[in-house]
Design a protein. Structure first.
Length: 175
């Protein structure tokens, strides 16, 4: 008989959108960048703010507030981009998630995570792994792989590739 360890802990990165606190597994996070303007890509989904160059790699940036049906993220001193890996149907996409602020990394025991509510939330519950409790604060733990559909990730990848091709066409020729 197999038993599970209910004391297992997972590290989460917390960030805020509007006045809500969200968390994602740190294993999905590559890095956190200061806010930088993204180059808009024509025909991209509304929630895609554009693309940025991160050490020679073109990365699509999505506005998590828009993705969750909130108002557009406004730039503040705390606004940043969380670069993460998202897996959908065995496809991995690296993207930047524009968030209001990054809070902290902390460990949370499995026993401190409640299942997502069946109703009463403004987000689709398949996005939510659970609700964490920490210091009397409720934290929405996202299943980041469920936030984006394969179709959305395909659109982001097409936009990234199209902008990369345009940039190489506009680059001066070297001899």
């Amino acid at each position: 008989m197999e038993t599970t360890n209910t004391n297992e802990t997972v590290q989460y990165l917390t960030f805020s959108l509007d006045e809500e606190v969200f968390a994602i597994d740190v294993a999905k996070v590559r890095e956190i960048l200061d806010y930088t303007s993204a180059m808009r890509v024509p025909g991209a989904p509304d929630f895609m703010r554009g693309i940025v160059n991160v050490r020679g790699n073109v990365i699509p940036v999505v506005d998590m507030r828009l993705k969750f049906g909130m108002s557009k993220t406004e730039r503040t001193v705390n606004t940043c981009i969380v670069v993460m890996e998202v897996d959908v149907e065995s496809e991995t996409t690296v993207l930047g998630a524009l968030v209001d602020s990054v809070q902290e990394v902390f460990e949370l025991e499995h026993g401190h995570v409640e299942p997502p509510p069946k109703m009463g939330t403004r987000w689709r519950t398949q996005f939510i792994k659970g609700i964490g409790k920490r210091n009397d604060q409720l934290i929405i733990i996202l299943d980041i792989d469920m936030v984006f559909s394969l179709n959305e990730l395909t659109q982001l990848e097409r936009s990234r590739l199209a902008s990369k091709a345009t940039a190489s066409e506009e680059a001066p020729a070297t001899t």
